[in-house]
Design a protein around this ligand. Sequence first.
Ligand code: ADP
Ligand code: MG
Length: 687
Amino acid sequence: MINEYSKIGVLKGIGEKTEQIFGKVGIATVGDLIRYYPHRYEVYEDPVPIGEVQEGHTVTVTGAIYGRVSVGGSPRMQITTLYVKDLTGTLKVIWFRMPFLRSTLARGGVITLRGRVIRKRDGLVMEHPEMFYPSAKYEEKRHTLWPVYPLTSGLTNNMVTKAVKQALEVCDVGTGILSDRFVEAYRFVSYKDALCGIHFPETKDEYIRARERLVFEEFLLFILSLRMTKVKKERVKNHYCFREQPEIEEFLLRLPFELTNGQKEVWREIRQDMTGVHVMSRLVQGDVGSGKTIVALLAMLYAGLNGFQAAMMAPTEVLARQHYENITHMLLEYGISLRTELLTGSMTAKEKREAYARIAAGEADFIIGTHALIQEKVEYKNLALVVTDEQHRFGVRQREMLAAKGLYPHILVMSATPIPRTLAIILYGDLDISVIKELPKNRLPIKNCVVDTSYRTTAYHFMKKQIAQGRQCYVICPMVEENETTEAENVIDYTEQLQAEMGDSISVQYLHGRMKQNEKDRIMEAFGKNEIQVLVSTTVIEVGIDVPNATVMMIENAERFGLAQLHQLRGRVGRGSHQSYCIFISASKSKETKERLEILNKSNDGFFIASEDLRLRGPGDLFGIRQSGTLDFGLADVFQDSGLLQRANEAAEELLLEDPHLQKEEHRMLKKAVEHTVAAVALETTL
Ligand code: ADP
Ligand code: MG
């Protein structure tokens, strides 16, 4: 019998090579496969007349193949082009890296194509569509809901769909981790129905019921794994000795700005924590641009000037380097003789060894970097403080890793994610929470506008004017569908077009996730120095980047992002004293999209935006955009599912009251899953 622990190779049609490809997204067993959830669903609508096709929409068209199918482009990136024609018009269609299509598609054949239409230099183009040939094949899918899975190169949606379908048919998925009593009490659907309903829902209701059970399980596991870890709540004694440092007061006086009241208050709390009986565990929440970095720096100075080491951990290398450079620069400028060290995963082995040596010898006071900071090889001389920036899960595990080295430092977590307080308490029950409510006074509120694509040229003119005044701009590139490999092409293509538009005196450069680390660093550094005026990017710049001279953020396809993410993106501007602007471009005509974007248009307040987003989307939003970067659950979303989170929390309380160690037979599966979750989180944080 095939069960969830069987390797996926037992499924028909999955050979060694396919197994490896699935391995790239972390699927090894049948269980992994059936828990590889779609990230959205497609509805296959009726084809539209080609003459009515609009930019920015995903549509289906049916027509005859017009003329010859040609293959061009470069050998590395072959582009197959065809024209499809119906009574109302002709549309250009291209595919990347699929030259073999030419021999399968006959001139005059009737074909149905479904894909996103974008505007290129020579007009509208449907890029990399799904193809139904002959056209009759489309009938099978018409009006059905189809899962869309996260993919990687080599892994197609069809491969995943087929494999999941087969797995659900042949595999005994068991009854899931919830006891029968539980399922009855909460009136959940069965585990099998939940899995079928999440992958292949026949109705929206089926999807909602399926999702409800699975999300509840995710939350329950998460909460239980937090509760089951012993370090929590056991407050560690503070054995570090801190004295007031007059140099910090001087530093504050010489800063070009005064701290906001919120910053002052948090700084006071931090000093109190660091001189208290127990070590600090504090979460500082503050909207983008509220000035969290300086507060973190004060805490680091406090440690450093008292003769201790302080570490600062950032989620990305770009951000780590930015912090490193800013902090190094400030120390120099203010004549504070503390030494900084950068530590990131992309450094060479030799560079790392040298850095380790300086850290161990106490020749580095501030150590700034990525996760590499808490890896086992790093030996600190006298670490007293760990700051994590924009990190939402600095949790029990990371603390345990430090504890394993005999380290119990003060912990300061900085986050811009607007999590409601009640939620924060569930999630970070072991942290004290500070909130910086106001933005620095010198800020002019960002001016927003939501416009359609016809406004693009006007926006470019506006950017030119801003650049003439010495300012800089960001453009978030249109998103490409599913196919990760073309994302880079897309950014490069867009950059070329924009460069032509802007003229030679303006430097337009791009940044995307697939670039090498040192390339990214080089671009960010040049942008920081205004050697680049326009930065075209994917969402890699979302987190934390601080270039106060940038005043324009233009976001293409704004409708495809979650509000919280758009708010983060917008937070890249409005960071200095100049008036800043955010232009949301959206081709969508739907009322919901307009209403959603209108929230951003009206408000610059992250907390308000998150709650409005939640209100508008409501539970079980089938096509809603998952908030990225909040907490990495498979399905659950702490905003959208806050009701279920609350219920799971209550359930966890009851459960642990009744069976503190989950020893009862009916909790056997649950216990196993909790242990597994704890281990998985541990693994994740060691990578
Ligand atoms: P975030 O909270 O998003 O991490 P940062 O710490 O990057 O924000 O701060 C954004 C910008 O605001 C930085 O350029 C910083 O120097 C500046 N800043 C911080 N505090 C103040 C303040 N009290 N007054 C004016 N500017 C400030
Ligand atoms: Mg920041």
